[in-house]
Design a protein around this ligand. Sequence first.
Ligand code: DC
Length: 228
Amino acid sequence: MNPKKIIITIDGFTSCGKSTLAQDLARELNYLYIDSGAMYRAITLYFLRNHIDWTKSGAVKTALKNIELEFTFNPETRRSEIFLNGENVEYVIRDLVVAEKVSEVAAVKAVRTFAVAQQRKMGKQKGIVMDGRDIGTVVFPKAELKIFMTADIMVRVERRFKEMFARNPNITIEEVKANVEMRDYIDSHRDVSPLRMASDAIELDNSNMTKEDQLQFALDLARKKLRA
Ligand code: DC
């Protein structure tokens, strides 16, 4: 095993398959996988449940003091699952009610400061794959390997639809498309840490790639960095 450890960041638009690639890479390299989007989703869930008005900075500041986030590896699903104040919320945070509001919450400066500080702590020992929107630009600007994922909009909508339909058969493709487009827009137009490709990131368009193709592509890049 290579004793050298690096930080790998995977950023990109919603439903590009970032988490699939990040999890596969982490498994192959025996690295820690962190889904930074899950943190913004868990914070959103807390705000919704507790009727916190995230446009009010005082309310946000107080609420954040009461939020504790933790990731625990589940050997059955082979995923790190997120806990919000001790409760496993890995599945509820994927619901449309959260998806509809998460981009607004993720655009709040205090929320980002709170999440980014925890993300940086998790990367201290390196040996981590983290996916999100600003991981290569803001969280780990010195990461050794940065990947920026893209895919055709309809490919992304269909992927997200399949995922959401499995949990909610009433959902329509139009609803999913509207949500994906809205999130892309907010994520890339917000004032704080908008979604951007880092100048030293490598672009990966996986519209016509299999899961195995994209893993091989990223593994080759990671191994090159590990040999350097
Ligand atoms: O990756 P995801 O769809 O689970 O992310 C949920 C939302 O969180 C997404 O709309 C953008 C936001 N996000 C962010 O602003 N920064 C990150 N590093 C990760 C996610």
